[in-house]
Write a protein that binds this ligand. Structure first.
Ligand code: NAD
Length: 285
């Protein structure tokens, strides 16, 4: 079987073009979309993610600011920053880069972001809207996966989807989105017994765990669609996913590479959510 490698970079580039046009349309009316990313502490991966988000914001015509707080910043300080940004009309999107240092309660922080500026889609209000089938801001990674599946013309209705990982950021919203498209969805996680027995019957496998090469060719059925969300840094410095990519070639219908698969789509969806937040704010004004 010829395996199609889904090119997340090329797809993200195409989508960013359309986002840039929407941002330009808003700018013409004096309503340039604005995004603020807040990062607390020195997590090296978070630094890379935020700087990528800032760079892409500029590329698509979104005004962006990066707030960097020291690892000793207090929860109250972070809450005060968020409240000020909630009231700032030039800012339409606020994201707090996770993970936060342990002394800060992540839930409390995410709940402090105004739901209409919550472009990561993590506020309980936006989670509820997604769960009830009226999405406003869909979390960026699962939104990016859905955009990939749609552009690749992959049918979901009535098909068997298995997601590995049950986080609030990826696994759970991914399950809701696939469910809404008519898939029969199973969520596997760290306590799942016999993972392969689930993944082997899946038409679509989404791996979002954070374990290099967890999913090998023996765990998927021939002709499946395999989406690799995982990002793992090996001791030799290489970046790999949760899927043993090479082993999939010739066996599955489609697979996403790491890097160059889901990652660029995630950033793109953040831009789409920010432009949407600015459009909604402009309509409400
Ligand atoms: P997380 O640590 O919050 O969740 C991991 C999940 O994997 C948990 O639900 C856990 O139950 C499950 N799990 C752990 N070991 C398992 C095992 N042996 N078998 C089955 N399930 C197991 O992580 P997350 O935030 O959901 O991220 C998952 C991965 O995706 C990470 O590698 C992360 O870096 C990556 N990620 C990538 C993007 C992107 O844009 N590509 C975005 C977000 C996260």
């Amino acid at each position: 079987m010829d395996t199609r490698v889904i090119d997340g970079v090329a797809l993200a580039r195409r989508l960013r073009e359309a986002i840039r046009e929407r941002a330009a349309e808003l700018a013409k009316r004096g309503r340039t979309p604005g995004l603020v990313a807040i990062r607390v502490g020195d997590d090296p991966a978070s630094k890379v993610y935020v700087s990528t988000k800032m760079r892409v914001s500029v590329e698509v015509g979104i005004y962006s600011e990066h707030v960097e707080l020291g690892a000793d910043a207090t929860e109250e300080e972070l809450l005060r920053r968020i409240q000020a940004l909630n009231a700032e009309p030039r800012i339409h999107g606020i994201l707090v880069q996770l993970p936060l240092p342990k002394h800060i309660a992540t839930d409390r922080i995410l709940e402090a972001i105004a739901p209409e500026k919550d472009v990561d889609g993590f506020h309980p209000c936006n989670v509820g809207l997604l769960a009830t089938g009226q999405p406003r801001f869909v979390p960026c990674t699962p939104a990016g996966v859905m955009a990939m599946l749609e552009t690749e013309g992959i049918a979901l209705d009535g098909r068997e989807a298995v997601i590995i990982g049950r986080s609030n950021i990826v696994g759970k919203p991914m399950a809701l989105l696939l469910l809404q498209k008519g898939a029969t969805v199973t969520i596997c996680h760290s306590r799942t017994q016999d993972l392969s027995s689930h993944t082997r019957r899946a038409d679509i496998v989404v791996a979002a765990v954070g374990r290099p090469h967890l999913v090998g060719a023996g765990m998927v059925k021939p002709g499946a669609v395999v989406i690799d969300v995982g990002i793992n840094r090996l001791s030799d410095g290489r970046l790999v996913g949760d899927v043993a990519f090479q082993s999939m070639l010739g066996k599955v219908a489609c697979v996403t590479p790491v890097p160059g698969g889901v990652g660029p789509m995630t950033v793109t969806m953040l831009m789409a959510n920010t432009v949407r937040a600015a459009e909604l704010a402009s309509r409400a004004a």
